[in-house]
Ligand binder design. Sequence first.
Ligand SMILES: CCCCCCCC/C=C\CCCCCCCCCC(=O)SCCNC(=O)CCNC(=O)[C@H](O)C(C)(C)COP(=O)(O)OP(=O)(O)OC[C@H]1O[C@@H](n2cnc3c(N)ncnc32)[C@H](O)[C@@H]1OP(=O)(O)O
Ligand SMILES: Cc1cc2nc3c(=O)[nH]c(=O)nc-3n(C[C@H](O)[C@H](O)[C@H](O)COP(=O)(O)OP(=O)(O)OC[C@H]3O[C@@H](n4cnc5c(N)ncnc54)[C@H](O)[C@@H]3O)c2cc1C
Length: 665
Amino acid sequence: MTLKKVNPDLEKERSTCTFNIEELTNLLDTGAHCTAERRAVEDKVFSVKELKDEIPDEFLSHKERYENAIRKSVFLHKVLQETGVKRGVYNRSDKSDFRTTYYSIFKDGSPFMLQYSMFVPTILGQGDSEQVELWYKRALNMEIIGTYAQTELGHGTFIRGLETEAVYDEKTEEFILNSPSLSSYKWWPGGLGHTTNYCIVMAQLKIKGKPYGMQPFIVQIRDEETHMPLPGVKVGEIGAKLAFNTVNNGFLGFEHVRIPRRHMLMRFSQVSKDGKFTSSANPKLAYGTMVMVRVTIVNSAATYLSRAVTIAIRYSAVRHQSKLKQNEPEPQILDYVTQQHKLFIGIATSHAYMFCSYWLWDVYVMYQKEQNVGNFDRLPELHALACCLKVISSSDCTGLVEKCRMSCGGHGFMMSSNLPQLYGISTATCTYEGENTVMLLQTARALVKAWELGSRGRPFSPTMSYFAEKNVPSKWDSSLEGILNAFQKVSIGKLSSSVSSLQEYTKSGLSAEDAWNKASVQLIGAAEAWGRAVVLSIYKSEIERYGQTVSPALKSVLFDLVELYYVHLTLEKMGDLLLYTQLSEKDVVSLRKKYEDLLEKIRPNAIGLVDAFDYRDEVLNSTLGSYDGFAYERLMTEAMKSPLNAEPVNQSFHKYIKPLMKGKL
Ligand SMILES: CCCCCCCC/C=C\CCCCCCCCCC(=O)SCCNC(=O)CCNC(=O)[C@H](O)C(C)(C)COP(=O)(O)OP(=O)(O)OC[C@H]1O[C@@H](n2cnc3c(N)ncnc32)[C@H](O)[C@@H]1OP(=O)(O)O
Ligand SMILES: Cc1cc2nc3c(=O)[nH]c(=O)nc-3n(C[C@H](O)[C@H](O)[C@H](O)COP(=O)(O)OP(=O)(O)OC[C@H]3O[C@@H](n4cnc5c(N)ncnc54)[C@H](O)[C@@H]3O)c2cc1C
């Protein structure tokens, strides 16, 4: 099929853009040098023919898909090694550490994913210098391939309930790993099924019968030559899932498997040869990899959404349907204001979380530096921020990815659109690295503690400093500052009522735990409200900061999106605002008008804004979202790849349908 260069609809859309697309791309990439570096890596990666799929993945069997994913992972590793990309070292954004490039080669994840995202970072974060020297090099060269094995069949959330044991035997200076029950089997780790030969196992340390809590151990599970499971190791794959079907998530059990003492990662806690345990300065340091991955999820969530919204907006610009005016041709569906309502918030939300993720990453890096000199003061706030922003970014972005899919009508249901797969990998972020409700409850725990300490005169940490302000009623103000203040009032109001309920429940005789459980719906509301206030505040302040360095044209568009985000959230959370602020019906009417005006203002820039995410067709992997906009031609080309289309009549006709038609069954 010969294609014209670009669909005229998209050509027209690009001509109405009011800002410099490249300038926005550089800003989103955290610098022009990051854009250049990323494009150079992409040029290299996407020129490798072995990394292209001849048959779409969805037409392969489970086993073939796995084998294909392994083949591509190996080629990709080689290419990235040649380009000098540091694998296993996170950066401020998915794009600048090439995660987006990497994972665009796999629609459903790579079996090496956990090697890069958790195995190597845990060695770096939890190993002492000698252990890092030994294991990091081996892992980086792929001499060993590993994963992070924490979750068990019986427990994922409640880490203290994990059953896998590591019992120290001082006679042989070894730990004995054991899985005492079916529920203690590790379940879920990516790559564990048939790919990894090592893993970090999180297990309960026991010395002379005494428990010392969960610690990380590096455990060999397969022979390095034959890849056979080692004696006492029971390992396999957990089966088909909603998504991540090429990640090779696995199960793992141990029958008294011995490992050397130095295979416990000992940066923070140590076990000496004679079995003496030295505790880390803070027992939660063993949870460090989770904090780091939660921080990075905020950017991943924004990135998944930016891919989905690029596909949906490009498609909406080339799709014509129904009539707005009787005597005119069918309009682009992007001209329907309801379509703009579904999609433009996707661009703004993606920006909001991207800019917040850069800020959160910087907080994390600052904490790391302080931690290295023994200062853990920032950890409770960082933990609360990582939990809460992980939750609201993953749930908001996943909801909007699904909205993007539905906004493409029937074609959004096609696997070739890549929207179902994007939904699958996005919704997984709501569960992994801490199930979202549980993470909100962790946030609430920190907020309640801060509130109670604050009421006794202790200072609040920076993101909670507004708790100190008196919740006095003030006139509604629809400026950005006014809306931010209003959301802070909601946050104070919800937290204050949750604390009152907790106090009332305990006063009425409930234990602290029962009172907490009874008030927990309120508590997760308070946690979410704090997260909203943080995101509104950081998104606005980051754009104000960048606004001083970018061109006036770009600054204006960036602020249109900030306003859209603020007004959209105000209308969405109207109930809370009516309860805790002076918002009136008149204000709501004028905010609705403001919202409609903003959609109209953003409309000419819609394609420019998604082009600025700078996703090559190979990254989007979508029949609906390609840069040239020839969605129908691509849908037909992909449909022709269905194995059923290889022959005009399928043999099942002769075997079953014909006898049925002839009444000969
Ligand atoms: C070429 C490419 C190169 C690129 C390189 C990068 C590649 C990146 C690639 C991919 C991108 C990402 C892909 C990621 C895939 C990941 C797959 C998923 C992996 C997993 O899911 S691993 C398993 C994760 N599991 C969890 O998250 C479990 C959740 N549960 C918990 O965290 C805890 O159990 C709990 C927090 C719920 C409760 O813990 P508990 O010990 O019971 O604690 P409490 O009693 O509630 O609290 C005690 C006290 O501790 C504080 N606290 C708790 N947790 C932490 C923490 N993590 N840090 C600091 N402090 C913590 C808590 O606040 C309490 O404090 P207080 O007493 O109140 O003061
Ligand atoms: C795609 C994917 C990849 C994964 N990869 C890995 C991996 O590589 N390595 C690894 O170790 N793990 C991995 N996991 C496991 C993951 O970390 C856990 O599934 C996750 O932490 C949630 O734990 P759970 O499954 O035990 O859920 P559960 O805790 O059983 O949650 C079930 C329900 O119970 C509720 N609940 C539980 N506790 C509480 C509470 N205290 N208060 C209120 N409600 C509660 C939850 O809110 C939820 O509604 C992966 C999971 C997925 C889906």
